[in-house]
Design a binder for this molecule. Structure first.
Ligand SMILES: [Zn+2]
Length: 269
């Protein structure tokens, strides 16, 4: 079967569902990843990378394109497909006046950009961000809106259309604990009661423990974003659940669905 993940930036895929992408590929499914931007506004954290040769903008996008290609190899999935929009940056003020910024693109045009790719790749299952975008980044919310629109319009403009759309999710309890421990400015804007998901909303709980090393390698490949290996390892050590299981809610469905939660994204298909 075919699985298509649709995200906004290089690195969005790895934390949210890297283990599930690797698992699906290992089980013989065709796994593709669409990335709306090349992460041109991402911060460079890794001290081994001189920030000078990679100013924000297209040069940084080249660096992060290479990182995502390495990630896809680590996960065993097809090379990334880029929509070639410009990263809006964070916070939202960065992209407000940039006409190339992803956040400023017409949503119907984005939907129309996804539809031929869906027609070509024929995904049985799609994955994209939930309505809150995982954390408050406008590009995440923008790709969510485009992906969910394309999931539904695919049913009228093509057959077969995708059967399921999943959103990576974090449980209310996990987010409350993360928030209590975190000092990051990003987490400061994450309200667990809004961004967390109740247990009875889980549509899929995927055991990714056999794919922990691949997920770890995928995250490590985004070295410009997450710092040196020891820093990434410390972060992973603080969230051991991240390499064990991935949780999804259901964002769209055609046909039936087994009793929730399933342990396989393709269960019943
Ligand atoms: Zn992102």
């Amino acid at each position: 079967m075919n699985l298509l993940a649709v995200f906004a930036h290089p690195d969005d895929e790895s934390f949210s569902c890297g283990g599930s992408l690797a698992k699906a590929a290992a089980e013989g499914h065709n796994v593709h990843l669409i990335c709306a931007t090349r992460g041109e506004e991402g911060e460079i954290i890794h001290p081994d990378i001189d920030p000078e040769p990679y100013p924000k903008g297209d040069a940084r996008g080249v660096l992060r394109t290479a990182e995502l290609e390495t990630t896809c190899k680590a996960l065993g999935i097809h090379p990334p497909i880029f929509l070639d929009h410009h990263d809006s940056g964070f916070p939202i003020e960065v992209g407000l006046n940039n006409p190339r910024a992803f956040m400023n693109q017409d949503l119907i045009a984005l939907e129309r950009q996804l539809l031929p790719l869906i027609a070509d790749l024929k995904p049985d299952v799609m994955i994209s961000f939930d309505p809150h975008g995982g954390y408050p980044h406008i590009d995440h919310i923008t790709i969510h809106r485009a992906a969910i629109a394309a999931f539904w319009s695919a049913g009228s403009v093509m057959q077969p259309a995708p059967k399921r759309l999943y959103f990576p999710a974090r449980s209310l309890q996990v987010l409350r604990e993360m928030k209590a421990r975190s000092t990051s400015t990003t987490m400061a804007n994450v309200d667990p009661e809004l961004y967390g998901v109740s247990d009875d909303s889980f549509a899929a709980i995927i055991d990714v423990s056999s794919f922990a090393e691949q997920k770890r390698s995928a995250i490590m490949a985004h070295r410009s974003q997450f710092g040196e290996a020891s820093k990434i390892q410390a972060m992973l050590d603080s969230r051991p659940d991240m390499l064990k299981q991935e949780i999804f809610t259901l964002g769209g469905l055609r046909g039936s669905f087994p009793e929730m939660p399933v342990s396989d994204l393709f269960a019943g298909l």
